[in-house]
Design a protein around this ligand. Structure first.
Ligand code: BGC
Length: 454
């Protein structure tokens, strides 16, 4: 034991601890990914057991997205008032209860309400976890630590596909929903033992506690320097909504909301939610082939997110963002072309699969992690909770919008033009990122904000 203890330097110990903190908080991402992905498989059985009309099917599917939009929009002030850690604990409890509610649902009304609660929890968790991790991380590896949340989102989506697949044979849709209670318990209990965000503590005047937390996650010298830096930028709390529009906060607000919208209207969830439909459109008639290709999409998403986590603090955010969006434009254009050619030759089918994979890979290194990372970095401490809540609300609102309009677009314009519409929107998002998105690599949150307010 003694040799183990002595072989770890204090710096290594604090580094390991900070990774543990990030992984536990990022269980929020796992729940986010799992609960948004699980419905695709569960719906097949729910539809039959409750005799759902197409309208009720979209209610059950959309309930999570609607709940998340509301949850994100109304909780920002709570994260500022009660603290990041307490918010995550409250949300873990909500996830636990809502998972059991949906698993036990005796009728569709109950199920829909349960899914709205799941959505509320996801909406809050989707930004409080990156917020918490960002505020407790050192500048040099903040990109990797915050993006742990996105990594677990992608793992959650993949696990939900696999769980659906494993439980489909026995038609166990209740278990598909209820299993989310397990990570919720680990998240809740884990967070009880983690410290509060030092930046939030400073903002509510708890300097001594902030010093204790920093001493745990930094060397003593770094802790003192960072505390001084945070204090010198602290403007207190209790922000009003209208303050978000103050001239010094406006650029960050525009970048956050702009990226939130672009992350969704460039079409990622048409692939995540409708991959089997797309593969069938491309000529894969067997369900087994579609499922396999869908699992492939999930795996590519995870693997390329790992690559992004490794690169973010080395290459910086901007190069990855611009390269990734360029890849999205190319793959969407190709996908549209495959659909335009439209014959059901196997080669074209595989080209469709290839373009979908390239698209997901490009998203996974860019807009996927970088949107959530940047909104945790660009706002001043004083408005951070509220402003992140607003950006997250826009993200979920447009997620819902795309989910509701995708099949309509396919019906009205056909698949080729639908994907080209997303390609054109992606060009807009590239120009937006090129002109407005700042590089935040290696700088403290305070340095980033100081520069922006000029
Ligand atoms: C997005 C989700 C998307 C997921 C896919 C997240 O960053 O916000 O809408 O489903 O990435 O990996």
């Amino acid at each position: 034991m003694a040799s183990v203890v002595s072989s770890v330097s204090p710096r290594q110990a604090s580094e390991r601890f900070i990774y543990l903190v990030a992984v536990i908080a990022a269980l929020c991402g796992l729940l986010f990914g799992y609960d948004t992905g699980v419905i695709s498989g569960a719906l097949l059985f729910v539809k039959r057991d409750f005799s759902l009309s197409p309208w009720l099917q979209s209610v059950v599917t959309g309930a999570v997205l609607g709940g998340a939009t509301l949850g994100a929009g109304f909780s920002g002030r709570l994260a500022d008032r009660f603290g990041r850690r307490r918010m995550v604990i409250a949300v873990a409890i909500l996830f636990f209860v809502a998972s059991l509610l949906t698993g036990l649902a005796p009728n569709v009304a109950w199920l829909a309400v349960g899914r709205i609660f799941v959505g509320l929890a996801i909406g809050v968790c989707s930004y409080t976890a990156p917020l918490y991790i960002s505020e407790i991380s050192p500048a040099r590896n903040r990109g990797a630590l915050v993006s742990m949340n996105q990594l677990l989102i992608t793992v959650g989506i993949l696990v939900s596909y696999l769980t659906d697949y494993a439980l489909a044979e026995g038609e166990h849709w209740r278990w598909m929903f209820a299993l989310a209670a397990v990570p919720a318990v680990v998240l809740g209990i884990g967070m009880v033992f983690l410290p509060e965000s030092p930046r939030w503590l400073v903002s509510v005047g708890k300097r001594g506690l902030a010093r204790q937390v920093l001493a745990k996650v930094r060397s003593h010298k770094d802790a003192d320097e960072e505390l001084e830096l945070i204090e010198s930028h602290n403007e207190g709390q209790e922000v009003r909504w209208t303050e978000l529009f103050r001239p010094e906060y406006r650029p960050a607000l525009i970048v956050g909301i702009g990226l939130a919208i672009f992350q969704q209207i460039t079409g990622i969830n048409t692939i995540i939610y409708y991959a089997p439909t797309i593969f069938q459109l491309a000529g894969f008639s067997s369900a087994a082939q579609s499922i396999l290709a869908t699992a492939g999409v999930g795996l590519v998403n995870v693997l390329l997110t790992i690559l992004s986590v490794r690169l973010l603090d080395r290459t910086g955010r901007r190069p990855l963002l611009l390269i990734g969006i360029a890849g999205m434009i190319a793959s969407l254009t190709l996908l549209g072309l495959v659909f335009l050619l439209g014959s059901h030759s196997p080669a074209l089918g595989w080209l469709a699969v290839g373009s979908v994979m390239l698209y997901v890979a490009s998203f996974a290194i860019s807009l996927g992690p970088i949107f959530w990372l940047l909104i945790s970095e660009i706002y001043a401490l004083r408005i951070r909770g509220v402003a992140m809540g607003v950006a997250t609300m826009a993200n979920w609102g447009f997620n819902l919008f795309v989910a509701l309009t995708f099949l309509l677009l396919i019906e009205s314009f056909g698949a080729a033009y639908t994907f080209w519409i997303y390609a054109v929107v992606s060009v807009g998002s590239w120009i937006f990122s090129y002109r407005l998105v700042p590089e935040t690599k290696g700088r403290t949150l305070e340095e980033i904000n100081a520069e922006w307010s000029h």
